[in-house]
Design a protein around this ligand. Structure first.
Ligand SMILES: *Cc1c(COP(=O)(O)O)cnc(C)c1O
Length: 345
């Protein structure tokens, strides 16, 4: 198993679903499949009484939808940027002329939460936008602290949980999160192409802005009442999603997360052994980001020649290895030995 990128290695029977005849979506059986998926996803993310909108789009599509339908109604947003995904929130706000204060966090560092609180008390935003896990660096932020600050200053909390969902504990209702987003190709470990906006019970019945046609919450929610999407959904991925969610509900959220956590911890012991520095202060289980001790361009090419895929990190000699999907200790050991061998070349 040689994929350490998203979505990772996938079980062959789930992959095989994509070769089945494509179902027609305007049927009651497809509607009930969609409703089942909504119920299982809401359960897994800890928001059983919320609503979930399905988009045939990658994760950024869901971020875009949240900004046009919800954030644009607010006077001021506050964006945490600890890497490229945080800056994506900011550039979406800029694109749609939403006033947003930017709070930058240095590469792979945790937020200084008392400094954050001081900034919130000055900025007085209406809505807070952040990542749970900034996937470009591997740093995870503390949602309990963020949630405490948001409650104290009456700020609506919106979290991009695209890469932390099913990798790190996350319970929307307990944290008082108003909107969460996630997508198919990360913790769910199926093909890219579906993304999800989860609306807490609090916000699900509010009036949203109507500045987006395809992504409009209102029209999507209206169709969802009968288990439908307004436009043709990626039906094949829905079939994979349904099968994946049934298995996930069976294993349970704690079981899923502990598997991912175990792989992450094991790989980090290998990083220590080979002296590869893991810079993030509080790493997510989703990936391990680390610096190698050789020319990263050469390493990347040598691994590709062996059909081993890891993710470059945007910083020289920095790489990220995903722990999502089908993966065992043997796979990680083999990867580490290969990297070490290339370092000696
Ligand atoms: C993967 C990811 C996204 C979405 O990227 P797409 O390529 O649009 O799917 C957004 N935020 C985070 C934190 C991610 O890891």
């Amino acid at each position: 198993m040689n994929s350490f990128v998203f979505p990772g290695n996938i079980e062959s029977d789930i992959l095989a679903i994509s070769s089945l005849p494509i179902p027609y979506m305007r049927t009651s059986s497809f509607s009930s499949l969609v409703q089942d998926c909504e119920r299982m996803l809401l359960h897994l993310i800890g928001c059983p009484n919320g609503r979930l909108i399905f988009y045939t789009a990658s994760g950024t599509g869901a971020m875009d939808a949240v900004v046009t339908n919800y954030v644009s109604l607010k006077r001021k947003a506050f964006v945490v940027a600890g890497g490229s995904f945080g800056y994506r929130w900011k550039s979406l706000c800029n694109y749609y002329y939403v006033n947003a204060d930017l709070y930058e966090v240095p590469f792979a560092k945790d937020i200084d939460y008392s400094d954050l609180e001081a900034n919130i008390s000055l900025s007085r935003p209406d809505v807070f936008l952040c990542q749970h896990h900034e996937t470009s660096t591997g740093q995870m932020f503390n949602l309990k602290e963020i949630s405490r600050i948001c409650k104290k200053y009456h700020v609506s909390l919106v979290v991009d949980a695209i890469s932390s969902f099913l990798a790190d504990p996350l319970h929307m209702d307990d944290l008082g999160i108003d909107i969460c987003i996630t997508s198919s190709q990360k913790g769910l470990n199926i093909a890219p192409g579906l993304s999800f906006v989860i609306l807490s019970q609090n916000v699900s019945s509010m009036r949203f802005a109507s500045s987006s046609y395809y992504f409009g919450f209102k029209e999507n929610l209206r169709n969802l009442q009968r288990g439908q999407t307004p436009y043709s959904p990626a039906t094949t991925i829905f079939l994979q999603l349904h099968e994946r969610l049934k298995r996930n509900v069976q294993i349970g959220i704690d079981g899923i997360i502990s598997q991912v956590r175990e792989r992450a911890s094991y790989f980090r012991t290998l990083c220590e052994k080979y002296r590869w520095v893991v810079p993030s202060e509080v790493p997510s289980n989703c990936i391990t980001g680390f610096f190698v001790n050789c020319n990263g361009d050469i390493l990347f090419k040598e691994l590709m020649d062996k059909e081993i895929y890891i993710m470059p990190g945007g910083t020289p000699n920095y790489f990220r290895v995903s722990h999502l999907g089908v993966q065992d200790k043997g796979d990680l050991l083999h990867l580490a030995e290969e990297i070490s061998r290339i370092e000696q070349l």
